[in-house]
Design a protein around this ligand. Sequence first.
Ligand SMILES: *Cc1c(COP(=O)(O)O)cnc(C)c1O
Length: 476
Amino acid sequence: MTMDANELPIRHLATLDADAKAAMVLAAEQAVAYRAGLQDGPAAPQARPAQMGGRFDGDLAAKGEAAHDVVAGMVDMAGAGLHHHASPRFFGYVVGGSMPVGVAADFLVAAWGQNAASSWETPSTALMEQAVCRWCLDLLGLPAESGLGIVTGATVANTQGIIAARDALLARQGWDIGEAGLFGAPQIPVIIGQDAHSAPMAGVRYAGLGLGNATRLATDDQGRIRLDALQNALTACENPPLVILQAGQINTGAFDPFAQAIPMIHAAGGWVHVDGAFGLWAHAVPALRDRLAGVDAADSWAVDLHKWLNAPYDAGLCIVRDRSALVSAMTARGAYLPALGETWEPSESTLELSRRARGVPSYAILRHLGADGVREMIARHCDLALYLAAQLTAEPGIFVLNDVVLNQVAIACETDEVTKEVLRRVQERGRVYPSHGEWRGRQIIRASIINYATDRAAIDELVLEIVTAHQAVMGG
Ligand SMILES: *Cc1c(COP(=O)(O)O)cnc(C)c1O
């Protein structure tokens, strides 16, 4: 049946009619207003799902609305349910602050509408992304010849690194996984610390290696793997293993002992993958580099751009020393794609083919900050973490459980009940927003100092909120 030309109205014949233009301008204006409001506004959302009042529950209407009205309505309806992750007083999880220059660049990414898979098709965005890769390798102190995939974040970066490791370890044993698959393949022992993040463990599952088969290494009081446990695990391996190390434990900020561990793993023929979602950025600050000593000898690394670089979501890097290991794991070669040459091809380094030019906002942020600005930001956050710890431990009944070596501070009160009640009150007031965690069997209030705009005044407010809530809970 052919459609009657009158049945469906074709509303927009112009590439940019007045309504579309008004919608784009309104979105930009509203974005600016939102960001301006973060300076003094709350850090917590006004509404949780139960308070959203079904405002997004309606059926899809038969008739469309004007573009401008859609945007205006979204701004109106979304406000209460926005969590202000970009606030300088948001200290939850480990999340960046979507720096405005990166957000502005993200507008352009969306407007340019580049399908960023091929450097030949979309040279401007591909070259900007290549600059991001080059600059980040330099800032992170990782080998310049590495292959990089610009991915959605550290979960995918870890997964891709683990897949590249899996394929390379099997290839060294004469097994072509691309042809033969995983069934019947030689075993790959997986070794990972007891205090690893859940993301690389998910990567182990996604790569078909089976988390149940992994050896979990004992860790010390800061969550670092123990070298004696590593040696025992390596000795027990019948085949070359995949060992996953960590730069930046989520509760303590601690770093695994790379300088000792990596040579041991390589002596056993193993592949070292490092989850450094935020911790790898410590290399940008000379005074913090000792924490990462030896990490550049690993085989692959995962790092986020949307955490410490403060890029808008979603952006991270999968970095593999042997570029061909990454490319052969990720390529989905088709006749219309450029041949594998010396140039970096976006689609050869990630799981996706079509994708947005998600590295471009980081290009803008890196140009805006410069290397000095990146260094200053990371150094400031680590200084502020020490300042926070000193302020809090001066208060009777409040304790910092970790050695503050980076930007993470694990805070506890007299008992788990008091800690939880203090956090509940602090979050409910919403001026600052740390989040909960658990460390060595204790409930903690976890503060991550990572937002580009966080300054000493923001930390003073965090201290005041926690101390005041603690005194109220203790009846003081
Ligand atoms: C945040 C984080 C991840 C996961 O990163 P996403 O960007 O959320 O996918 C992995 N490892 C560590 C150590 C992290 O802090």
